[in-house]
Design a protein around this ligand. Sequence first.
Ligand SMILES: Nc1ncnc2c1ncn2[C@@H]1O[C@H](COP(=O)(O)OP(=O)(O)OP(=O)(O)O)[C@@H](O)[C@H]1O
Ligand SMILES: [Mg+2]
Length: 229
Amino acid sequence: MIVTVGGIKGGGGKTTAATNLTVMRRLAGCDVLLIDADEQRSASEFVAQREALGQGSLACVQLVGAAVRTQVRQLATRYSDIVIDTGGRDTASQRAALTVSDLLLVPFQPGNFDLWTLEQVERLVEEVRSVNEGLDAACFISRGYPVGADNAQAAEMLQKSTMLRFIATPIIGRKAFNTASGEGLSVVEAKPRDSKAVAEMQRLYQAVFGDDDAEAAALSQHDSGKVTA
Ligand SMILES: Nc1ncnc2c1ncn2[C@@H]1O[C@H](COP(=O)(O)OP(=O)(O)OP(=O)(O)O)[C@@H](O)[C@H]1O
Ligand SMILES: [Mg+2]
């Protein structure tokens, strides 16, 4: 499966989702490739940090522009899954990625400036579907508020989209996500374990990949210590 984590707004949690999903897919025993299609190179930094701290390696390449399309086509024969992390704008790299993706996954923070980009994302999906009609598109709340009505209000708005299906399992703003990323780890690997953060990321994983492998991987990780990817 080829998943592009994208959107129009920066800082919403794309790289956090892309890196966590990649690691969880790897822990589930799949041959997964992470493609860093953002010139900021945060995903590549994550992988470098993971390797430097001896947490295990992850297959990762940096690609930009039209090369994303041509290379992904070739690489798709060698990997069971590809996760593409894109930058926080409507870039040539993201458009190239979407022409060869099965799923566009878009995190939305429950803030007005983020939610107001929904229409632009819908237009992007509509345009890409003219060349990749099978493109599935889904959104979820990322960096949600731990309390209050903002998440529910954002959910109400996102649910109305006819172009993107809404994944009703939010990722809440939690220190654990940031701490784990800094150590080159997914939240399912990080110690001490934040069970709420783990459960949220597992639900996102299941919504994307549609299986329970992540839970099994996270549990064995929990029981037996570090797993080398
Ligand atoms: N659920 C979360 N809880 C707490 N912090 C988070 C969460 N998700 C992301 N962050 C932090 O917020 C910042 C932005 O997240 P991230 O880099 O994943 O967003 P992005 O969409 O990839 O940004 P960009 O558009 O710049 O590529 C990072 O410092 C990250 O650690
Ligand atoms: Mg990013």
